[in-house]
Design a protein around this ligand. Structure first.
Ligand SMILES: Cc1cc2nc3c(=O)[nH]c(=O)nc-3n(C[C@H](O)[C@H](O)[C@H](O)COP(=O)(O)OP(=O)(O)OC[C@H]3O[C@@H](n4cnc5c(N)ncnc54)[C@H](O)[C@@H]3O)c2cc1C
Length: 406
């Protein structure tokens, strides 16, 4: 037997599982198999290179997935995380809305701390090992890559999902486990941008707004988000738009017609526009909006309202005035799709959690097999929730796998 415990996938969940297993039973031989030349590549890209590693306010209900399944891992993490990160030597810093980052503001510090501690605990890291098949044997498993095979008594899978281009994205979650009868829910790209036709955002690329964005179907508001909205050529991005993709992505892929509502001036639009027309009747339309709305957004609102930027305020027809107020109160942007998996931060859906025991992360179908992290059908919003799930589920899987071998 090559190892007592092998972990397939050296991302957040896999590294947490390895540490937890080694800590629970230091006599065990634990190894991490990683397809890429180095573990933790995705971690380095998280939080724009700062790694928003958890959220102090995370609750099981914040996640898309079965809350009862999520609860045990999350509560273990809540009890243990202070000690976990302290033992790793990583100082933490909490920012707005409970978002936690490494104090040194570098994602690389998180990975360095993990790898240093894994090395000190004797965990082996086997890179360039892309698992392609698993064989169940009476006393454990054999994991095959192209040309290599390694055996173990307990196996933890933490291979992540399809999101994020060039960061280890893959479909191992289904390829490795389907032969054992493990079910997979339909998967969608999430925490990604919302696509529209170019004409709707023409000239606005690069603008960042703070405000409210609503996801709507006909007259129904499906979800409201407040925060940063970033304009791209043909897409709405930024955290607020990305949060909406958690709901929009499955609906759009089913062919539902959705739109986003933006509100550059919100409910104040009528007072501001009518007040300014009264106070400054000789100003041009563009001058009228100076200081109230981003200049380029003002120009695009005027265009949609059928008003020339040089038209004098006192020459607006009543319907032009109403149209302008409407555009600045609720600007409708039809949605045509999402940024897809390449631009997504997470995969919504994954391994069906009914096939796993949330108290232990054990497979209910294959004895001795565990899973953790994004490959499972558990998805959180932006703000550290997805890494928190990865650490939490990895920690629990590593602990229970090691306890079984005591
Ligand atoms: C750009 C970006 C930014 C993000 N920022 C944040 C953030 O700030 N906060 C947050 O909470 N979440 C963030 N996320 C989401 C978060 O990174 C993931 O949810 C989390 O990393 C999932 O951890 P995981 O260990 O399950 O999977 P992964 O991190 O994807 O790790 C899986 C690992 O398994 C390896 N692997 C896959 N298949 C095999 C195989 N067959 N054999 C061997 N190895 C294999 C992969 O190479 C990879 O290293 C971000 C995601 C992206 C893409």
């Amino acid at each position: 037997m090559d190892s007592d415990i092998l972990i397939v996938g050296g991302g957040a969940a896999g590294l947490a599982a390895a540490l937890s297993a080694a800590k629970t039973n230091p006599r065990l031989k634990v190894g991490v198999l990683e397809a890429q030349p180095r573990s933790g590549k995705k971690l380095l890209a998280t939080g724009n290179g700062r790694c928003n590693l958890m959220n102090e306010r995370a609750e099981k209900e914040d996640y898309a997935g079965d809350a009862d399944f999520i609860a045990p891992a999350l509560s273990l993490y809540k009890r243990e995380y202070g000690r976990f990160w302290e033992e790793l030597g990583l100082l933490l810093s909490t920012e707005d809305e409970g978002r936690v980052y490494p104090g040194v503001n570098q994602a690389s510090a998180v990975l360095d701390a993990l790898r240093l501690n894994l090395r000190e605990k004797g965990v082996s890291e086997i890179t360039d090992f892309a698992a392609v098949r698993i064989e169940k044997r009476r006393d454990g498993f054999t994991v095959y890559s192209e040309g290599r095979a390694l055996s173990c008594r307990r196996l933890i899978l933490a291979t992540g999902g399809k999101a994020g281009k060039g960061l280890g994205e893959n479909d191992s979650f289904t390829r490795l486990l389907s032969p054992f009868g493990h079910r997979v829910t339909r998967v969608y790209p999430a925490l990604t941008c919302l696509k529209t036709d170019r004409q709707h955002l023409s000239g606005l690329k690069g603008i960042r707004l703070r405000g409210e964005i609503c996801l709507c179907r006909n007259d129904e508001v499906l979800k409201r988000e407040k925060g940063e909205i970033l304009f791209q050529d043909d897409a709405l991005s930024g955290i607020a738009s990305m949060q909406l993709s958690l709901i929009a992505s499955p609906l759009i892929s089913r062919g539902e017609k959705l739109h986003a509502l933006l509100s550059p001036l919100g409910e104040r639009a009528e007072n501001i526009i009518k007040g300014r027309i009264c106070a400054h009747p000789t100003r041009s339309a563009q001058e009228l909006l100076t200081g109230a709305v981003n200049r380029l957004i003002a120009l695009s609102a005027l265009k949609r309202a059928g008003i020339s930027p040089v038209q004098r305020a006192d020459s607006f027809t009543p319907s032009q005035t109403e149209a302008l107020i409407g555009e600045l109160r609720s600007w409708r942007v039809p949605l045509t799709g999402t940024g897809g998996f390449s631009q997504a931060q997470v995969m919504l859906g994954g391994l069906d959690t009914r096939d796993f025991d949330g108290e232990t992360m054990r497979s209910r179908r294959v004895q001795g097999l565990f899973a953790a992290g994004e490959m499972l059908d558990v998805t959180g919003p932006c703000g550290g929730y997805n890494l928190e799930w990865a650490w939490a589920s990895g920690m629990l899987a590593g602990k229970t796998a090691a306890e079984e071998l005591k």
